[in-house]
Design a protein around this ligand. Sequence first.
Ligand SMILES: Nc1ncnc2c1ncn2[C@@H]1O[C@H](COP(=O)(O)OP(=O)(O)OP(=O)(O)O)[C@@H](O)[C@H]1O
Ligand SMILES: [Mg+2]
Length: 309
Amino acid sequence: MKQTPPHRLPSSIDETLSLLADGDYLGDRSLATVLFLALRMGRPLFLEGEAGVGKTEVAKVLAQMLGRRLIRLQCYEGLDVAAAVYEWNYAAQMITIRLAEAEGGADRDRLATDVFSERFLIKRPLLQALEPDTAGAPVLLIDELDRTDEAFEAFLLEVLADFQVTIPELGTVKAVHPPIVVVTSNRTREIHDALKRRCLYHWVGYPTAERELKIVRAKVPGIAKRLSQEIVQFVQALRKEDLFKSPGVAETLDWATALSELDVVALDPATVSDTLGVLLKYQDDIARLEGTKAKELIDEVRAELRAAE
Ligand SMILES: Nc1ncnc2c1ncn2[C@@H]1O[C@H](COP(=O)(O)OP(=O)(O)OP(=O)(O)O)[C@@H](O)[C@H]1O
Ligand SMILES: [Mg+2]
């Protein structure tokens, strides 16, 4: 990522595209359009798509390019308010109470107010995201929402509706400037309509060959031109095969890096077979590709590249 001074909020779709590109994120126009609108309308952006296609990266690049703090809430099964919003620091509260008791004459009411003050509050991502920041409202990334349960989703709905949370002992915390929210999902389950309705939605698909080539060249500097073309065409051809898990952009980049490291100049069946584990992570998929299939795909890729010359 280049070290540029923070951008202001983009004022057009083209500016949004170049803001992403400055952060080495090569997005398509439909993504830039929905991102631009989400920023303009102050609505959360909901990104859904296969694994490794660049959903999380959107939030990271956005924060970096706007010079905002990135606050990440990684979702998982069993995520609760204590881990997502706030928690009282019980250990510190206990010590304070013990010390007050040891000193004698502890004023019970005062002690109760004292230990439920901000000093004993552990702020988790959602609460942090509501706090003011001199650099501007932070970017809140709610990553892989499909991994949480529906109860948490319902709770999140309330937070996203008003950008406020209520802590019974302290009162209500409301964001003066709401955070820029990016929600991602790998669609292992459907996210509830009520939550989607609050957001602007975009499906992040696999990139076209042209865009994927730009991504490889941006992210794997120094890679030979011909090799990068072959890699991208090969991965694009692989995605048309009936695989259990198609490779994402993340895998293309890993493979490009691996082949560069091995000083490969052009794909050949042996190298492809030996490095398939960088690209495919299921033995059934790897087994399908080993041997003649890899050679067929390489021949196909070569023919396509020759035709395009
Ligand atoms: N359009 C793009 N431009 C530049 N880099 C990209 C693009 N898409 C993906 N990448 C790169 O691919 C990698 C994976 O991206 P990311 O982690 O955002 O994927 P993801 O969709 O969040 O995947 P997962 O579902 O596994 O979390 C990152 O290194 C990212 O930089
Ligand atoms: Mg991700």
